[in-house]
Design a binder for this molecule. Structure first.
Ligand SMILES: [Zn+2]
Length: 412
């Protein structure tokens, strides 16, 4: 059983101990794991992620602790980046925790207590889970939805508690007493003694994590994205230094966007809306123009083409137009008044072919396309009247040659 020094002091970042065991948690774990008599290292649990830091052996060798895990049997395992060169069991160690990382976790975790209590106080929304990630944290609220007014309301109330700099106190009570005190959420009945964290006159909950000593140290609480999840609504948030970092990053992105539009920051959404509308209009005009161009080119091609056996066969390879234009052109040719076949290709990499005939024609476009493409490793298919396919990119296939071959097959 490892004595947990962080229970009594979240600020304790250096401590002396003794190595009791070297035991990885599972047989497939290759990293050495140290179990100490006592530790100030926090193991991943209760939504809060683990500490990192150093263990110095007998005042000499320094070992990097990269992960700390709760073995669920009372032991805490400190995973090392690399094995030690000297015997470990019984060795005296001095532990040193990465303070910046711990302080960040204390801010996020304490902020979560305040935020969860704010949602409960204002909207009777219970927090069902908490997650702390590398970039942001989240709570899942027991509610099917959340309005923007509720998000702003909870954020305002939570920050009010931060600005009031209320003390956070730790105390230990029996389970019976905890039930009488009315915690925000009572943990499952496993232990007789519970560790309570109280944000003065605002929140009381059972928690084994590390916390700030007064709410002002949380700095600020910034709510971000919300999304529907299976168990309710997820609210992403960041506290303290993370909130400042994220606001800075947002500001840089927004400034860059504003500079692109030569606009003020707050005008960026309007500018984007206008730009999207303009681009939709331009796209429509472009599509209309392309349609008209295909129509005119199809009519010109049909006019130049003599009729044989009661139909016209138009063969055309486009070197600078893509497969969708080739398709459009083929459709225009085969929907004109005279029965026709269009054997069309786009040479734009990856090259593509479109074979089409006026509906009900006597040839089989699908079979013809398959036949032509099979010689060059291409793939495609379709019906008797319309077929489309292509050859792999970078194949250096002469599409005009393929069209000539197809035309020859149907006797053009
Ligand atoms: Zn906590």
């Amino acid at each position: 059983m490892t004595k947990r020094l962080y229970y009594d002091s979240s600020e304790l970042c250096e401590f002396d101990s003794v190595v009791e065991e070297v035991a990885p948690l599972s047989p497939d774990e290759s990293r050495p794991g140290l179990i100490l008599r006592e530790t100030a290292f926090y193991p991943t649990s209760g939504g809060q992620v683990h500490d990192t830091g150093w263990l110095t052996l007998d005042g000499a060798e320094r070992l990097r602790v990269t992960e700390v895990a709760d073995a669920e049997d009372g032991r805490i395992v400190h995973y090392l980046e690399a094995p030690a060169t000297m015997p470990l069991v019984g060795a005296a160690v001095r532990g040193c925790i990465d303070l910046e990382r711990r302080r960040d976790h204390m801010q996020q975790h304490s902020g979560q207590h305040v935020l969860s209590a704010a949602f409960l106080e204002l909207y009777q929304m219970q927090t069902v889970s908490f997650h702390m990630g590398e970039d942001y944290c989240s709570i899942d609220l027991e509610t099917p939805s959340l309005t923007s007014g509720q998000i702003a309301g909870a954020e305002k109330r939570a920050n009010q508690i931060v600005f009031e700099n209320r003390p956070l106190r730790i105390r230990y009570v029996s389970r019976a007493e905890a039930e009488r005190l009315g915690l925000r959420k009572l943990p499952p009945a496993e232990r007789d003694e519970l560790r309570l964290v109280e944000v003065a006159d605002f929140d009381l909950s059972a928690c084994g994590g590390t916390h700030v000593s007064a709410s002002g140290q949380i700095g600020s609480i910034l709510l971000r994205k919300t999304e529907k999840v299976r168990q309710g609504t997820r609210v992403e948030f960041v506290c303290g230094e993370r909130a400042v970092r994220m606001a800075r990053r947002d500001y840089i992105s927004l400034s860059e966007a504003a500079a692109l539009f030569s606009a003020k920051l707050w005008d960026v959404p309007d500018q984007i809306r206008k730009s999207v509308e303009q681009s939709k209009l331009t796209r429509k005009q472009y599509d209309d123009a392309l349609d008209q161009l295909a129509e005119l080119m199809a009519l010109a091609a049909l006019k130049d083409q003599p009729e044989t056996n009661g139909r016209k066969i138009v063969v055309r390879a486009f070197s600078h137009r893509d497969i969708s234009y080739a398709k459009l052109f083929a459709q225009k040719v085969t929907r004109a008044a005279v029965p026709s076949i269009a054997l069309v290709a786009s040479a734009v990499d990856p090259p593509g072919l479109v074979f089409a005939q006026t509906v009900g024609g006597s040839a089989d476009m699908g079979a013809l396309l398959k036949h032509v493409l099979s010689s060059v490793g291409g793939r495609g298919g379709g019906s008797r009247d319309f077929a489309q396919g292509g050859v792999p990119a970078g194949c250096n296939v002469n599409v005009e040659q393929l069209l000539r071959e197809a035309a020859g097959t149907i006797g053009a």
